[in-house]
Design a protein around this ligand. Structure first.
Ligand code: SAH
Length: 229
């Protein structure tokens, strides 16, 4: 899996992606990235990459000439994604799809800043817009890290515990995860549910399913409707 990252803040990478299981996978060559500094394609010596909006209004827009040159500097861009609140919201189902062919997958991740980017860039390169949730960030860099993290952890051997570990998680199981417990079995007077100490796998599995269903029904009934469709 390779990611080309277009940003005006190259120092933000690898950022969170350099730590934990995803960081280890980076060291092991399971995935790789390069950062293209959009400012290297600025229109002047001041490093300008943005300009005022046609039609008026507050805020600056990233220029198409600058972004076009930055994108064209990439030999094999693969699928180009622009992080934007206007895109479909990233879901685990979509992440599975993006992570499907890790050996061949190449993504170019365009991190917006200011008010966003000129529409003509999106149109000219047939760019996919992707949102990470219904709120506004000050830039696409965090969204890009969310995207890379969620994709890379699905590649074989990145997360310990194998396929089971990534398949037994919220959204993957058609709902939210059951409550988790570890040692000590009694903590500040609170015991771990008896069934988990019973060693009876059938009962444990039933209990977990029951808990998962109840929590999902209470907190995210929309997920139940989704799986029934
Ligand atoms: N004017 C835009 C928001 C710009 S925020 C609007 O109203 O839709 C600046 C940049 O942050 C965007 O270009 C985008 O790359 C990134 N960004 C902000 N919120 C995001 C979100 N929810 N998901 C993905 N990227 C986001």
């Amino acid at each position: 899996m390779h990611f080309h990252i277009l940003t005006v803040f190259p120092e933000m990478f690898p950022g969170t992606l350099g730590a934990g299981v995803v960081g280890r996978a980076l060291e092991n060559g399971i995935w790789s990235y390069d950062v293209i500094n959009i400012r290297d394609f600025a229109i002047n010596d001041y490093g300008s990459v943005d300009d005022a909006q046609f039609g008026g209004g507050a805020g600056m827009v990233m220029r198409p000439d600058v972004l076009g040159d930055a994108i064209d500097s990439i030999k094999n861009p693969g699928q180009i994604i622009y992080f934007s609140p206007r895109g479909p919201r990233l879901s685990q189902k979509m992440v599975r799809e993006f992570a499907k062919n890790p050996d061949d997958a190449v993504y170019t991740l365009l991190c917006g800043r200011y008010e966003g980017i000129d529409q003509r860039v999106i149109d000219a390169y047939n760019i996919m817009e992707l949102s990470i949730g219904d709120y506004i960030l000050s830039g696409g860099e965090i969204a890009a890290q969310v995207f890379v993290d969620s994709c890379v952890r699905l590649v074989d051997n990145v997360v310990g515990g194998g396929v089971d570990a990534t398949a037994n998680e919220s959204f993957e199981i058609g709902g939210l995860e059951w409550p988790l417990y570890t040692r000590p079995s009694v903590w500040r007077g609170q015991s771990v549910p008896e069934v988990l100490l019973s060693g009876h796998h059938g009962n444990i599995e039933r209990w977990r399913k029951q808990q998962s269903d109840a929590i999902t029904k209470q907190r995210r009934p929309d997920l139940i409707k989704e799986t029934k469709k």
